[in-house]
Design a protein. Sequence first.
Length: 347
Amino acid sequence: MTHKHCFEALDRSLRDVIRCPNGKPSELSFGGKVVIFDGDFRQVLPVIPKGTRQDIVFATLKLSNIWNDCKVLRLTKNMRLRPGLANVDELREFAYWILKVGDGKLGGPNDGETIIDIPEDILIKDAYDPIAAIVDATYPGIHEGSTDSSYFHERAVLAPTNEIVDKVNEHVLSLIAGEENMYLSSDSIDKSDGIYGTNNDAFSIEFLNSIRASGVSNHKLLLKVGAPIMMLRNMDQSTGLCNGTHMVVDHLGDRVIQATIISGSNIGHKAVFRVFVFGMTINKSQGQSLSHVGLFLPKPVFSHGQFYVAISRVTSRKGLKILICDKDGQICDRTEKVMYKEIFQIL
């Protein structure tokens, strides 16, 4: 979901470019031009570091001073669900369940956090090792090898936090045959960085290696040939090197990783890449369409729309499997969902 500041910045820019006959900026929203914004308020709202519920809601488009000039058009068909993979009644029922989750109509009256029960056919209920169970359900036969690029491109384990995703990735990598290569990040601070000045020595190597930041690889990266990887930065759109592009590793050198693109319009092209991904965070999965999704919740979701995003990435009900653990680590059939109802009041 776009931050309202971006919305308002575009409005100011167009007003300034499209001026009135007297030379002053236009008084019309977006300079009188038609601008289309697409999004889903059921999904994850703008991320505000350490922000409160009020801060997050206030940062959305609907709280912009331009919102009253906008006309809301509602889309009614779920284009992600594939009719050929299920009968019409099953497809309609699954689509309706997803919408009820997104609209907060499951779990009784709620405003914030609520507990919802998960249908039995998409639950994993018996698991000695939860990580192994969700991986087996999402990547069946991966330990046998002979998996092609489409096998990895259409599957992912989703989890709320990077910490959980790292554990899933480590487990799946251990199942792939072949020699494992280790790549380490730089463990020093650029001395030209004026922020740290002469206090660079205060940051130990252990501390630098422990830093984990969103959108940046961890200090230690383990890879194997045949492992799927994902782009974390927009580098070259013309060659398909964009945030979220999927690839499969072809070659691992001392300083070079060669991979083949397996998603988008540049399928088959060779490139250099940095991060592997069998699992990804729920936030990172926004925009993805996957035939098989394993939702792993050893901890509940923690922000508006995360659960809805996870279950709406899949193209069929049969492709969704959910494994939930309670606070004692025991498998259960219900989980918390977070939804801020005030975000829908003006829609």
